[in-house]
Design a protein around this ligand. Structure first.
Ligand SMILES: [Zn+2]
Length: 137
């Protein structure tokens, strides 16, 4: 795994990498969660992100902010410093919980190194939402 040539860097991820400073699997996961949530809640939206205060998991909060329109400046996001990597989004009427599928969490935690984090991120980015995310409405 990860010995082949690096996947081509998708243009969609450049602004995210620029915003966050590097590209790791958790910022990509937060980005994917935020995209799914924003699609469901294109108007009013609020997020609670469970991602801890330690990297790499805390990187998820930046991906969520980048994609969901929930930002610290607008006070429509809360960061909870414990729990499994997941987020709850609401528009005030309904809510959805989005968690990272456990095998994906295990894979990131077991395989990610400083050297391969970008390649692993790109690989994860190519995967379908159903493989990456568990959504409860
Ligand atoms: Zn990060």
């Amino acid at each position: 795994m990860l010995n082949g040539p690096s996947p081509i860097f998708p243009e969609e991820l450049l602004p995210l990498k620029r915003f966050h400073g590097h590209l790791g699997p958790y910022v990509v996961m937060g980005y994917r969660m935020g995209k799914v949530a924003r699609e469901r809640y294109p108007g009013r939206i609020h997020a609670i992100v469970f991602c801890g205060s330690k990297r790499p998991c805390s990187c998820m909060a930046d991906g969520v902010q980048f994609a969901s329109c929930c930002t610290l400046g607008k006070s429509n996001i809360e960061i909870v410093k414990d729990g499994q990597p997941a987020a709850i989004f609401t528009d005030g009427n309904t809510a959805m919980e989005i968690a990272i599928q456990p095998p994906v969490v295990s894979r990131i935690d077991e395989q990610m190194t400083h050297e391969n984090e970008e390649d692993l991120s790109l690989e994860i980015y190519q995967m379908d939402d159903e493989i990456l995310l568990r959504v409860n409405m």
